[in-house]
Ligand binder design. Structure first.
Ligand SMILES: CC(C)(COP(=O)(O)OP(=O)(O)OC[C@H]1O[C@@H](n2cnc3c(N)ncnc32)[C@H](O)[C@@H]1OP(=O)(O)O)[C@@H](O)C(=O)NCCC(=O)NCCS
Length: 175
């Protein structure tokens, strides 16, 4: 499968079609994975783009959210994935969630995009003042574990998430 260069950038209004396609692909997967926080078909797209911008400045954050930067991975004009960089860790994130969450559109997987997006995240996190990022993955998420380890993740430990019972592998990466 041919791999193209992926770039990380904020979502823009012109991404609407590509973004909605990505959302639909994630929705069709079992289990569903939260690609687009607080987004559904009824949301007016320009307002959503503004909402994400606001979150990066700590504005109008939903209940348990910390300030975060949501960036899409694009190849040409096509959205192939996204990363969410949390600017700080709350009690949940510092144990289970970590600084960075990422996902690649199902039809675009296994082309190196997640690894590249995580690598591109490092200098962005550094500019946000984060000297090392915590990245976690479910114990059975082999692809995500590989992505973290190939990006230089230093394994710390495995913890069990209360409530779900899911085991999380915790790694640190210097930015
Ligand atoms: C995890 C995820 C982001 C990986 O995206 P991706 O673009 O396919 O990842 P990459 O292509 O950069 O790397 C995947 C690596 O895992 C490996 N891999 C994938 N499935 C595998 C499997 N079943 N067994 C072993 N290795 C596997 C690939 O070979 C590749 O390693 P390589 O570069 O050494 O060949 C993607 O599967 C996804 O979006 N999953 C749902 C959301 C999610 O789980 N996000 C992570 C939250 S922590």
């Amino acid at each position: 499968m041919e791999t193209h260069f992926v770039k990380l950038r904020p979502l823009i209004v012109a991404d609407e079609l590509s973004f909605r396609r990505a959302v639909d692909e994630f929705k069709a997967q079992e289990p569903d994975w939260p690609f687009a926080f607080h987004f559904d078909d009824s949301v007016a797209f320009p307002g959503y783009v503004r909402r994400l911008e606001g979150w990066s400045r700590g504005q109008d954050l939903p209940g348990n959210f910390v300030p975060n930067t949501f960036l899409v991975g694009v190849v040409g004009k096509m959205i192939v994935g996204r990363v969410s960089i949390r600017h700080e860790l709350n009690a949940y994130l510092s144990k289970y969630g970590g600084h960075v969450g990422y996902g690649v559109v199902p039809s675009q997987r296994n082309r190196g995009y997640a690894g590249e997006m995580l690598r591109l995240t490092l200098p962005i996190a550094a500019r946000l003042g984060i000297a090392r990022i915590l990245v976690t993955c479910d114990e059975d998420n082999i692809a995500s574990r590989r992505v973290i380890e190939k990006t230089g993740g230093m394994f710390e430990n495995v913890v069990q998430e209360p409530g779900t019972g899911v085991f999380k592998r915790r790694y640190w990466i210097e930015t």
